[in-house]
Write a protein that binds this ligand. Structure first.
Ligand code: THG
Length: 292
């Protein structure tokens, strides 16, 4: 699987101020650490960046490229900043992201074509968040059609069904999984990507990795191509690299209805099984789900 490190983002307590002050050091240290942790791409999330976003993104791209050769994912809702970043990128870039609002499509699709990038097709419609898997399918078909018309090949489109917090709405967590199981049929040439940390938003920090890892394995059952991840979750990186096949197969068996005897499971295996049950909606989420 392709991993996109999420750690360089404007919300971070160290990176936010560094971006504002144009202080390269904390950013370069993080970029080196993320690259060393084994991710494939670095996401550069500057948020809406309404003020001087173009200058900020090109500065950030150059700053990161001085210490890392990884390809970059340009994460901003400001299209002027996206283009400025693309001009500075040495490698083929990933545009994060193109959603279905007409003004986004009009501005970003031509950039993806002109700069021959990959692009994340975010399934966010004119009316906002899709309510279920079917609405996600309709948005995906619409987005892919419009991108294809613009001359962007399906293999360069990474569809993002939008993961949402399990502590907020289990039906959306399930819908994202269900959509992933349908994507290979509706658009077999397209790739896929999910922001895994979204699913654990609002959960105590020390418990977030359990949800992120289990959800990734569940999505892998349906062929997930890539994920936006915390680069410093070493176990998650190991799983994505195929180094924990027993856990992957256990999770997939549980999804198929297998009920393994708790006495036969290690503590770690038990934690995965409990977490899968939360993510399928079999157990109601609470902060103490691992203890029940
Ligand atoms: N899809 C796409 N792009 C995305 C997302 C997605 N970009 C933004 C987001 N979701 C993925 N990136 C992050 C980055 C940080 C966190 C979650 C998702 C996060 N950070 C910790 C926090 O807020 O508590 C720590 C912050 C810090 O570094 O200090 O949770 O879904 N296409």
């Amino acid at each position: 699987m392709i991993l996109v490190g999420e750690n360089i983002n404007v919300m971070s307590v160290t990176i936010g101020p560094a971006l504002k002050e144009r202080n390269p050091k904390p950013i370069q240290e993080l970029a080196k650490a993320e690259s060393g942790a084994g991710v494939d791409y670095l996401d550069l999330n500057i948020g809406p960046a309404r003020k001087a976003g173009d200058e900020l993104m090109s500065w950030l791209v150059e700053t990161v490229q001085k210490v890392s050769d990884k390809p970059l994912s340009l994460d901003t809702t400001n299209p002027v900043a996206t283009e400025a970043g693309l001009k500075a990128c040495k490698n083929r870039a990933l545009i994060n992201s193109v959603s279905l609002q007409p003004e986004r499509l009009e501005k970003i699709l031509p950039l993806a074509k002109q700069y021959s990038t990959d692009m994340i097709g975010l399934l966010w419609g004119v009316e906002g968040m899709p309510r279920d898997a079917n609405e996600r399918c309709m948005l995906a078909v619409d987005l892919i059609y419009k991108a294809n018309q613009m001359g962007i090949a399906s293999e360069n489109i990474w569809i993002d069904p939008i993961a949402t917090p399990v502590s907020v709405e289990i039906n959306q967590v399930k819908a994202c999984l269900e959509f992933m199981s349908m994507l290979t049929e509706i658009a077999p040439e397209c790739k896929s990507i999910v922001g895994l940390s979204n699913v654990s938003n609002g959960t105590p920090a020390h418990l977030r990795p359990y949800l992120n890892r289990a959800y990734m394995i569940m999505l892998m059952k349906y062929g997930l191509y890539s994920a936006i991840v915390d680069a410093f979750d070493a176990e998650l990186v190991q799983i994505a690299r195929g180094e924990m096949p027993e856990i992957v197969s256990l999770v997939h068996r549980v999804m198929d209805g297998d009920k393994p005897d708790p006495a036969s499971l290690s503590r770690k295996e038990m934690e995965y099984v409990k977490t899968v049950k939360v993510l399928t909606g079999e157990t109601l989420y609470s902060h103490s789900w691992l203890e029940i």
